[in-house]
Write a protein that binds this ligand. Structure first.
Ligand code: GDP
Length: 445
């Protein structure tokens, strides 16, 4: 247990006004605060109706309160939840009363989760899973986050770490017992076999994950093409589709730069290069900068044209699909087809009427499906996790390679491997990392 002298509180539910708002408290002051507000401490873990009163005894709200004495709580500390009516007035009154209590302050981003981590309630991979779950837009992202939250990677990492430590102990025992000369092969051989097996398991996870990590960010598709080809119109058309739109990032009030689509559970971000332009508005500039960066790394470019001259300005090395727009204007018996390389799919659409866009979306789903492959078993969702697992694998490989040069060297590499796994779980020297990870969280989480 990691006692904090300050009690934190936060509005853990969404932005007011809302039907109900949940204010959560964690720390030694949670109980006294609950007692001050309601007059008595309710029974643990039972939803209890209570009238909250201010310091003059005037009623604030008719609430439902919950009391979770630590350590059997989400953070491991004493936790209280106040379910009040979600009006700004109620929340403001409550927050100002709480702020005035001794050793009580508003929580930083992710601070509840951080305390849960520090109190050993969750490991770091689970904390990351929690963050992903909160930010999941699509069903597949949700399922992946839930796997992480359930601690599948953490459980594996813990087991690998224990086994590596045992294998190292075996080798070290061999060193101690060999009073002169070489360590007996009967001691080293089983340890090596064990390490090889662990290495194979870790390599398998590393190889299988590729796409799971990307599932957090999604596939990026860029709409490019000559001016007036209809890029913005196509963008609006996509944004209007019911299957589409998760969260439009409005660049200007008029134009969308990015649309996040949920295509069969796969997150696909479409960027309109027509929306990328010079602007003086600093907020918009930031949107433009982000869109440009992402466009440069697009997984797929939709090259939109309004005539048969599919002149292409290559902006990425990725695949390009040619999309002939404005087919509603096409006179029947059009002469000459679009001359493009045979491997590039060609679509004919009307961005304005929406004709042909279903085929385009369907093809995009196909790409997403191929691209992400089966992420059902992906365990790694972040670069941090992949880097540390790769370090672990590399150290295991080195330990096998150097064992002939000296058992001590092999044991040292095993220590490095165990350390990397410890970092993955957040057990060793992660202070600075913690700030980075928990800063991404929501307030109240
Ligand atoms: P952008 O510069 O590539 O973003 O092109 P816009 O989306 O602004 O479109 C240019 C013009 O073409 C606008 O007047 C659109 O209304 C028109 N346009 C776009 N798509 C179609 C289409 O499918 N059919 C027709 N007839 N006009 C279209």
């Amino acid at each position: 247990m990691h006692p904090h002298d300050q009690t934190i509180f936060a509005l853990s539910s969404g932005r007011p006004p809302s039907a109900i708002a949940i204010v959560r408290l964690s720390g030694v002051g949670a109980g006294p605060a609950l007692q001050t507000l309601t007059g008595k401490l309710p029974p643990p873990r039972l939803a209890t109706r209570a009238l909250l009163r201010d310091d003059r005894g005037d009623p604030i709200d008719d609430a439902v309160v919950l009391w979770f004495p630590g350590p059997a709580s989400a953070t491991g500390e004493d936790v209280a939840e106040l379910h009040v009516h979600g009006s700004r007035a109620v929340i403001t009154t409550l927050v100002s009363l709480l702020s005035a209590m001794p050793q009580m302050r508003a929580a930083d981003r992710g601070e509840f989760t951080r305390r849960a981590f520090e109190n050993g309630k969750i490991d770091l991979t689970e904390a990351e899973g929690l963050d992903d779950l909160i930010h999941a837009d699509t069903d597949r992202q949700r399922r992946q986050a839930l796997r992480q939250l359930k601690g599948l990677l953490g459980d594996k990492a813990r087991s690998w770490r224990d086994q590596i430590i045992q294998a190292a102990a075996l080798i070290e025992a061999g060193i101690d017992f060999a009073d002169e000369g070489d360590v007996p092969a009967e001691l080293i051989a089983p340890a090596l076999a064990w390490i090889r097996q662990l290495l194979a398991e870790i390599e398998e996870v590393l190889a299988a994950q590729g796409r799971a990590e990307r599932l957090r960010d999604g596939l990026t598709v860029v709409i490019a093409g000559p001016p007036n080809a209809g890029k913005s119109t196509l963008m609006n058309q996509l944004a209007r589709r019911e299957v589409a739109i998760v969260s439009p990032h409005a660049g200007t009030t008029r134009d969308l730069i990015e649309v996040a689509l949920d295509l069969d559970g796969y997150p696909v971000t479409v960027i309109d290069t027509a929306g990328i332009r010079q602007t003086d508005d600093p907020v918009e500039q930031e949107g433009v900068r982000r869109a440009r960066d992402r466009a440069a790394q697009a997984d797929l470019v939709l090259w939109l044209t309004e005539d048969d001259q599919a002149e292409l300005e290559r902006q990425t090395d990725g695949p390009i699909w040619f999309v002939r727009n404005k087919i509603d204007l096409m006179i029947t018996e059009q002469s000459g087809a679009i001359s493009v390389s045979p491997e590039s799919p060609v679509f004919a659409i009307s961005a304005r009427s929406g004709a042909g866009t279903s085929d385009l979306l369907e093809a995009l789903v196909g790409v997403a499906r191929d691209y992400f492959g089966s992420t059902e078993h992906g365990l790694i969702t972040r670069e941090r996790q992949r880097t540390l697992l790769s370090e672990t694998a590399a150290a295991l490989r080195r330990s096998i390679a150097v064992v002939d040069l000296g058992e001590e060297l092999a044991a040292e590499e095993l220590r490095i491997a165990a350390l990397a796994l410890g970092r993955l779980l957040g057990r060793v020297d992660v202070e600075d990392l913690l700030d980075v990870i928990f800063r991404e969280f929501c307030i109240g989480k």
